[in-house]
Design a protein around this ligand. Structure first.
Ligand code: AMP
Ligand code: MG
Length: 428
């Protein structure tokens, strides 16, 4: 195939075009623990007050404030109020009720004196103890009011909020066992290449195992998607076309292919998809990962990654991750990053943005970034050794050792596990 001119795009231009194409997916209802780190798709309103009744904030004695205005004060202990039930006994003048944290305040009482501020004065037997209050207690002290956490009818969570552990706990407190969140995207992943075999096969002469499908599937999981592995298609138009059809049949929300997008004899993804959809091919002004295909097939966005394993992973970070986040309803997806000083000088004179694999080390002068060896696009081990990707801007030819660079951290832990041991523990 003859050489062609592809538009040269910056990383940001390509990201913008991809984000302008992908849409936020629909909501689904999930058990609340599966909603962690996901985007809420409904308004959550409190159906009742929390706490439901005035209750004690301390272990101590429920009293009438007037009885403890002067200290020391002696009170007769007439009952006990444990948590979890209403106390039927009234606190009459001159009496007190032993009360536990969380127990409803008994009728007549308005104040709780903590045990620490009392001593037992007379206790012949448990039914007629006399307690002495030793410290002044402000009226209403240690009483939690009904609805002081949330009030019935209050909007507690709004759509778009990203659910953290505290929001999951709040949902439980409000009696919600399920909640509507934006669903996870299904991402069909297909490798291409006559030389590429599945990991469980022994490669023949000139063959290699498929690393890309697994790197990309792991990234998809890390960023909240559901990977659907379609395997490896040989470099034949019919086979790649077949893979795309399977992806559509599997209701993929996004298709990610690797390989077959470089300008060369096997410009495969292009041949296949020119007929089936609208496909754009870009030369990105970056390294690794210069060629990238992007388009829409059967209504589903497709990202065609380059085949080199480093390029494939870096391009997935830069272009698939934002798409996945947007589809899940996120409105921002900042990369975790750190500033570090280069351990070695770097010279890159091609005017491209470089993402260099670096290892980070903390020194007394701050973080130091050193290259993880050979930076070739095929050296997957350079990523295995890396803590992050140091960004060398397009307009920089040379950086002396000690220069400060931005490093995208490759250590973001997303939420992929949906398993937990006991889904609905009973009260025992
Ligand atoms: P391509 O983009 O198809 O020209 O492939 C570029 C380089 O990446 C070649 O050396 C391929 O052998 C290699 N490659 C392609 N696909 C994979 C894959 N799934 N896993 C590992 N390496 C691959
Ligand atoms: Mg190939």
């Amino acid at each position: 195939m003859q050489n062609e001119r592809r538009p040269v795009l910056s990383v940001e231009e390509a990201q913008e075009q991809i984000l302008a194409t992908v849409r936020v997916l629909e909501p689904e209802r999930v058990p609340i623990l599966e909603a962690l780190e996901r985007v809420l798709a409904e308004e959550v309103v409190a159906d009742r007050n929390i706490p439901p009744l005035p209750n004690s904030a301390m272990d101590g004695y429920a009293v009438r404030a007037a009885d403890v205005a002067q200290v020391p004060a002696r009170l007769r202990v007439i009952a006990e109020a444990p948590a979890g039930r209403l106390c039927p006994t009234e606190v009459e003048p001159g009496t007190a009720i032993r009360i536990m944290t969380g127990a409803p305040i008994p009728p007549g009482a308005d104040t709780v004196v903590p045990f620490e501020h009392t001593r037992i004065a007379v206790a012949q037997d448990e039914s007629c103890a006399i307690v002495e209050v030793l410290r002044e207690t402000r009226p209403g002290a240690n009483v939690r009011q009904a609805g002081e956490d949330v009030r019935a009818g209050q909007v507690v969570l709004s759509p778009g909020c990203v659910l953290r552990p505290q929001e999951i706990g709040m949902l439980a407190a409000l009696g919600r066992t399920e909640v509507a969140v934006i669903r996870r995207p299904r991402v069909a992943i297909m490798a291409t290449g006559d030389e590429v075999v599945p990991p469980w096969e022994t490669p023949g002469p000139g063959q290699i195992r498929d690393a890309n499908s697994y790197t990309v599937a792991a990234q998809v999981r890390r960023y909240g998607g559901i990977p659907l592995l379609l395997g490896v298609a040989r470099d034949e138009e019919a086979l790649v076309r077949e893979g795309v059809r399977r992806a559509l049949a599997e209701r993929a929300d996004l298709i990610v292919t690797s390989g077959g997008v470089s300008i060369g004899d096997f410009d495969l993804v292009k041949q296949v998809l020119a007929a089936e959809g609208e496909m754009r091919f870009w030369s990105l002004n970056m390294k690794p990962g210069r060629p990238l295909a992007f388009g829409v097939v059967g209504g589903v966005p497709l990202v065609g990654l380059p085949g080199n394993p480093v390029s494939a992973m870096v391009a997935t970070e830069l272009f698939v991750r934002p798409a996945l986040r947007k589809m899940q309803g996120f409105t921002e997806w900042p990369w975790p990053e750190r500033r570090a000083r280069l351990a070695d000088p770097i010279t890159r004179k091609d005017g491209r943005r470089h993402y260099l694999r670096v290892r980070l080390r903390e020194t007394p002068e701050g973080w130091e970034a050193s290259l993880t060896g050979d930076q070739g696009s095929g050296i997957l081990y350079s990523l295995v050794l890396a803590d992050g990707l140091a960004i060398i801007p397009e307009d920089v030819d040379h950086l002396p050792a000690g220069s400060e660079v931005r490093v995208l951290l490759l250590r973001e832990y997303g939420m992929q596990s949906t398993e937990y041991a006991i889904p609905n523990p009973q009260r025992t």
